[in-house]
Write a protein that binds this ligand. Sequence first.
Ligand code: ZN
Ligand code: ZN
Ligand code: ZN
Length: 117
Amino acid sequence: MSTILPVPHNDPSAAVSFSDHIICSWHSGLGIPCGAYTSVSDLSRHLSMHGVNGPAKSVISCAWGDCGRAPMKRESIVRHVEEVHLQVKYLCDQCSASFSRKSTRNGHVFKSHSYAS
Ligand SMILES: [Zn+2]
Ligand SMILES: [Zn+2]
Ligand SMILES: [Zn+2]
């Protein structure tokens, strides 16, 4: 039995089901949304310009649109924006299942389409 997992030949982040281009709706403090064009893959880098940076455990309020959620950990913000505000879906490239989290999708691929069996 091998513990070596297959490495996907393509970048998992490429399997996003909707247009990669998004418009940032982060309110930068002046009461107006950012409005910059960015992409899902650049979201975390882009949000760091809005102060979403520093230690993973630091607590930050989401300022995307009219979110109003309780402040959350910095490491959760990008995933929160993807799930709640952008409704990013991660697709299984082996079947047609879709998931809101990359980790859930990867878990599904591993469980349902394991190459080890
Ligand atoms: Zn922005
Ligand atoms: Zn939010
Ligand atoms: Zn699948």
